[in-house]
Design a protein around this ligand. Structure first.
Ligand code: RB5
Length: 149
């Protein structure tokens, strides 16, 4: 199950991705926003990233105008690895090397066709583990160290 969240800048692209996921029979939950009215991206990024950090959901897709704001907020949460991608290669690497549990996209950067291809690339890729796991472990240790302060 994939959690989806966007602000107004990502709302239209989120709608296209929802259609794509539905066509593929992939389950998802839309955490808003529900229309193109101006909202604050942290409110929706937090809804998605909190659940992934707590372990009640495994993965998510966040979309704002550029993807930058959503990346900043989502990566505040321990255990969240939110990757902003702008092409297929980055989306694939986000899973293979970074085991990204949130894919972040820019609604004002990507056309829907390209974005759906990126979602597929991220979903279909497999984390390679090995040396990449060691690097993620270092990030986990850092999170633990910073939480103890
Ligand atoms: C909203 O206008 C815009 O700032 C937001 O969607 C996002 O791009 C922020 O990073």
């Amino acid at each position: 199950m994939i959690l989806l969240g966007s602000d107004h800048g990502g709302y239209q692209l989120k709608a296209a991705i929802i259609e794509f996921l539905a066509q593929r029979g992939i389950s998802f939950e839309d955490c808003g926003t529900d229309n193109g009215n101006s909202v604050d991206y942290p409110d929706f990024g937090i809804r998605v990233a909190r659940r992934i950090s707590e372990g009640t959901a495994e993965k998510g897709i966040l979309i704002c105008g550029t993807g930058i704001g959503m990346s900043i907020v989502a990566n505040k949460f321990p255990g969240v690895r939110a990757a902003l991608a702008t092409d297929n290669f980055m989306a694939q690497m986000a899973k293979e090397h970074n085991n990204a549990n949130i894919l972040v996209l820019g609604g004002r950067v990507l056309d829907p066709h390209k974005a759906c291809g990126m979602v597929a690339a991220w979903l279909d890729a497999t984390f390679e583990g090995g040396r990449h796991q060691g690097r993620l472990d270092k990030i986990t240790h850092l999170e633990q160290e910073l939480r103890c302060r």
